[in-house]
Ligand binder design. Structure first.
Ligand code: ARG
Ligand code: ASP
Length: 694
């Protein structure tokens, strides 16, 4: 009786707490369409995904495999985030044409700039191939056969539920993608690292590209003969916006979640991994910020590095707080206790949890060390430079200098030095080696201590000796050194110690994205997930994000930030102007935006908000998203584009492990702000003319 009551209670409570959770496979969206429609969606499963006719999936693209984008015209016009287009915009920029700083707008097709190396993929179809694999076909054979079906086809077989099922994904890949427009960073990155992962937000995080195809509309390598791609489908844009409570859906390529991991794994993240990484990065960021403060040149050189270090650093802090607040580890332990009771009389599963716990116990320490290596010695740039100098010299000696044979490598190499400050790097090296001694179980590892002892016994003396002697501290000294001197650089020894191989200070464990991805642990998740689905049939299972195409849905929604403090789901140009401050780099907007606000003449894309006429800038919704969803279309109930997803709030970042519908929010840039910037700041009205505006 008690048990039944408990189960009933859990069905009620647990079910409601899973309300808008989920990243669903578009090919199986029929199973969710009833729920979607009950929440306001007006279209059908066939509209979302179809192999037989044009559907929404034909307008969603993977951008370079790390972000998402959406097609918004019948001429292949593509929207994604500014931070997704960033590497391409940077590569196309030079001192004379600094598109990152000043923005870029192609005023005709011929001005559009080929973004070499950037590709997009559109899903042709997906299908389950679990049975074909069981019948003996290999994943490689299945993919290869699919790739022969069409020009530019790329295929992959992806595991779902830890390999309990496999799906084939067939994509059409386009390699001729051109930059069409980008706002200045002061709009596209407004708020910088300060506002990153935060709400209220005023970032115009978008950029514009175009897909080009051969004259017969097939994927083709760059050619001046190529023409704008004619997509099967593009998204119409809604200029009406969406009220709080309105249905939203996100169609994109989320990268990685781990919804099903054991409490052991949660505790590892929360108590060991995240705190160590946060602490070490706090120290590094403090050193970088101080150097940036002291020297404007260093500020510019280290801006991108600071952003790369700070983005996960800030996310992890939110994650720890979120896991604590939700009590995820306790809840999971409870769930596991009930699972164990259920499994006790099932020989197949009875010992499963014990095996998993033992695997975690064995792998946690070596994996922690792998993560520690990655956060300490592997961040020392001098060691990387020394390695690069030697490789580059050897390539030159072999008659294949990078400058001719590998221009991309040469460019990266030069950039490394352009953005390098040896004095700061020396301080950072000392910092991370102290961090290593602090976190390495039992103190500084023997092999490293031997090196330090040889240099006088202290970490600082050892690092000073390295930086005083290494020819790689500057490009000039590296170029002046002979090959023998480059090869004898003692910092190369440090590089070796911080490799994951047998010569290193690790315990032979490779670094992986998560502890649970270590093969000795991961292998148990396949039977565990199979068991869970039998144990908990009422749960709405969806496969963890793995960079395959997914649908998430929910609604535009604010949240309770603190007692008595509700965060509304919409920000406006007025709020952006209130933050504007020419004295603070991250908040210094272009004069043209100030002028636009001062004129009050916003044009077609303004809205009446709380009785004021203004331009909506960003909005919140409760769709489940993660890294990789950046650039995803945010769609309304009619499948029209209302925003471009680019972030989550700080306190929702534990959603990669546990999603909380009360608190988890994704952040999108409102399409009306995007249109305003294109039109009024970029003067690129021709792009708006080719969109379908509703
Ligand atoms: N937090 C967002 C995402 O994870 C945006 C990152 C880019 N912006 C920045 N200021 N670093 O990737
Ligand atoms: N900003 C992330 C991205 O780049 C999205 C997120 O983590 O919410 O994909």
């Amino acid at each position: 009786m008690k048990r039944t009551l408990l189960t009933l209670l859990c069905t009620l409570l647990c079910a409601s707490s899973f309300a808008d959770e989920g990243m669903w496979l578009p090919g199986l969206i029929r199973e969710r369409i009833g729920d979607m429609r009950s929440k306001g969606f007006r279209l059908t499963a066939e509209d979302v995904y179809s192999v037989n006719r044009a559907s929404m999936k034909d307008a969603v693209v993977s951008v370079g495999g790390f972000c998402t984008g959406e097609i918004v015209s019948d001429r292949g016009l593509l929207l994604t985030n500014h931070h997704c287009g960033y590497p391409a915009i940077q590569r196309l920029s030079s001192v004379d044409h600094d598109y990152l700083t000043h923005g870029f707008w192609a005023l005709s097709d011929t001005e559009e700039l080929p973004a070499e190396g950037l590709f997009v993929r559109i899903l042709v179809r997906m299908e389950e191939v679990t049975d074909r694999l069981a019948a003996g076909e290999t994943a490689a054979e299945i993919a290869a056969a699919a790739e022969r079906e069409g020009t530019g086809y790329r295929a992959a077989v992806e595991p779902m539920y830890y390999g309990n099922q496999h799906f084939l994904f067939v994509y059409e890949q386009f390699d001729d993608v051109r930059l069409v427009g980008a706002p200045p960073s002061s709009i596209g990155k407004f708020g910088g690292d300060t506002d990153n992962w935060m709400w209220p937000r005023h970032t115009g995080d978008f950029s514009v590209f175009r897909i080009y195809a051969s004259p017969d509309n097939r994927p083709a390598a760059y050619s001046p003969e190529n023409v704008p791609y004619r997509p099967r489908r593009h998204f119409a844009v809604s200029a009406r916006g969406a009220e709080e409570g309105a249905f939203t859906m996100i169609y994109g390529f989320p990268g990685n979640t781990q919804q099903y991991i054991l409490s052991d794994a949660v505790e590892y993240v929360q108590h060991r991994s995240d705190p160590m990484k946060i602490d070490l990065r706090t120290q590094r960021l403090d050193l970088i910020a101080a150097a940036q403060e002291a020297d404007p040149a260093v500020r510019i050189k280290y801006a991108a590095k600071h952003a790369l270090i700070a983005n996960p650093w800030k996310k992890w802090q939110g994650e720890v707080i979120g896991l604590e607040r939700l009590g995820t580890a306790d809840r999971k332990r409870d769930y596991e206790r009930r699972f164990a009771a259920w499994a006790a009389d099932k020989p197949e599963y009875a010992h499963l949890l014990d095996s998993m716990r033992a695997a975690y116990a064995a792998a946690a320490e070596p994996f922690f060390i792998a993560e520690l290596i990655n956060e300490t010695g592997r961040t020392i740039e001098l060691a990387l430079l020394a390695e690069q100098n030697l490789l580059r010299r050897r390539a030159a000696a072999a008659g294949t200098p990078w400058s001719e044979a590998k221009p991309e490598l040469e460019k990266q190499y030069l950039k490394l030095y352009d953005d390098y400050d040896a004095a700061l790097d020396r301080r950072l090296a000392k910092c991370v080696l102290h961090g290593l001694a602090h976190y390495y179980p039992g103190g500084m590892p023997r092999k490293m201590q031997d090196e330090i002892d040889r240099a006088g016994g202290t970490i600082d003396a050892y690092v000073d000796a390295l930086y005083d002697r290494s020819p790689s501290v500057s490009r000039e000294t590296a170029e002046a050194a002979d090959t023998a001197a480059l090869a004898a650089d003692p910092v190369l020894r440090l590089r070796k110690l911080f490799s994951f191989g047998p010569e290193g200070i690790g315990r032979g464990m490779m670094l992986r994205r998560n502890l649970s991805d270590v093969p000795s642990i991961e292998r148990w998740y396949r039977p565990y997930l199979r068991a869970l689905r039998a144990f908990d049939p009422g749960r709405a299972f969806f496969p963890d994000a793995n960079s395959t195409l997914r649908v998430a849905y929910g609604s535009v929604r604010g949240y309770d930030y603190a007692d008595g403090e509700y965060h509304k789901p919409l920000t406006t140009l007025d709020g952006l102007i209130a933050k504007d401050n020419p004295a603070i780099y991250d908040y210094d907007i272009p004069q043209s935006l100030r002028d636009l606000h001062a004129s009050g003449d916003y044009g077609r894309w303004s809205a009446l908000i709380d009785g004021r006429r203004t331009v909506p800038v960003c909005f919140l919704a409760d769709n489940q998203t993660t890294g990789g969803n950046s650039g995803s279309p945010v769609l309304n109930a009619r499948g029209e584009l209302i925003g471009i997803n680019f972030d989550r709030t700080w306190r929702s970042t534990m959603s990669d492990i546990e999603f909380d519908p009360e608190l988890c929010r994704n952040i999108a840039v409102d399409i009306r702000y995007v249109l305003t910037v294109i039109d009024r700041i970029g003067g690129a009205g021709r792009l708006i003319d080719e969109m379908t505006i509703r």
